[in-house]
Write a protein that binds this ligand. Sequence first.
Ligand code: GLU
Length: 548
Amino acid sequence: MSLQLANALFPDIEHTPAYYEEKYPKRNTPEGARVTRFAPSPTGFMHLGNMFSAFIDKLNADSTGGIYFLRIEDTDKKREVEDGVDLILDGLRAFGINPDEGITGKDSQVGNYGPYRQSERKEIYHCFAKELVKKGLAYPCFCAEEDLEALRQTQEKEGENPGYYGKWAKCRNLPEGEQIRLISEGKSFVLRLRSNGVEGKKIIVDDLIRGRLELPENTLDAVILKSDGIPPYPFAHAVDDHLMRTTHVVRGDEWIASLPLHIQIFAALGFKIPKYIHIAPIMKMDGQSKRKLSKRKDPEAAVSFYKQQGYPALSVREYLLTLANSNFEDWRRANPNSPQSDFPFSVKKMSSSGALFDLSKLDDVSKNVISKMTARQVCCEATKWAKDYDKQLYNLLYANPEYATAVFSIDRDCPKPRKDIAKWSQIREYAEYFYDEIYKPTGTLPDNIKPQDAKKMLEKYLTVYNKEDEKDQWFCKIKAICEPLGFSPDVRKYKENPCSYKGHAGDVSTVIRLAVTSRMNTPDLCLIMKLLGRQRIEKRIHDYLEAL
Ligand code: GLU
């Protein structure tokens, strides 16, 4: 017992661990409920992999009636940025991955297991560190940077493993009187764990994705409090996840290497070890080879990318589910209209080798999601997006939401809705010809139609066009134009005998489509023309004729 040393190191710490154990009791959650946490550092950048792991936290908690909370790991002040917390919260909110508990704003938090910001937990860390010192499981180390450098060099020269351990750990066995004297002289120190790991021995940990892991025991006397009194990650992880009653730790698999140290700290503190879910990094194809999705090389690695591009939250979550559980797509096909929360998510079905990210797949998923939205929803979401990212489009949509809704209702809400839109940044292009302010006619004509024929078609069409025509009549008029110009009103007949015709009814509607929208491909042209109205249709056809 080193009570005197503990008091010399932490004179102001009055509470004992029992105080905190009582303050943060076992959670009152149903049997089998998982308590998970997302624990990012506010560095100003949120990687897609972070959001993926937050989503897995949420799925785990939601699917078991548990709790998912947000803890901010802000112990590294050098890497912290001013609005880092807001950025994290914005990212989570934008994609509907909102925590149930924890940090809710720059200066706010909810829940009984806080504070949820590590920078506010120093006293708690010190209480548990003090306990370790009392039990002789941690000790102060007064070695300066130069001492450690000298140690490194000697170890290298002698071909020994590097690090602070065993006989190399100079401060490990300093007499207590000496330790207390140095502390009272104000000498700077860090606190080290007195490792009981044995070289060559293994520990066994179960990971819920990877199964049984066999790892070498930690033999180093790791730093658990830096000289400024702040704990590095492993000690904070143990204290926080224990007191916050986390049952499942979801995090990147880069932490597996230091897992033996984490386990050792849990054991030294007498804490139950949580279940671990180590997620492999999200990968991407680069030519023929796979590599990690990189913050430096790939814009899609940043969570902000999805917001900027205007992917709906549901699309992103839906896509992340395809990455999380490979059976999700089959489930979705079998349950096209079920809410996402009905999917029986399973950690065991997660891949240990890293999900492969594919932007075009996300687009497909998202087109599907958007095709199921109502026109009003599309209008609403697109307007919201445009407000931040495309002012001109915003003004157009906002000025007349009824018109915009009518634009988006074409070929929607039907058994086979079109799947043209993957993200809100495509709305400008999609809706361009509905708005004179942004419409740029191109005056093109396909090679198979001669300008003089196109001219005759349109001149004739102008004489019969009526805005009130319903689809059948609209098409009858197009067919009627065909025969006198040498085009077949019937596509089948044309195909049977292509030499006898210049083309078919489809060519006539293509010319009209080009004249009024400058597109070869659009949703239902009859409905588009109704919405554009007589004046605009006539003007566009005249302009087109002039340009021919
Ligand atoms: N702050 C750590 C990180 O951002 C958290 C890791 C964890 O989830 O435990 O990587």
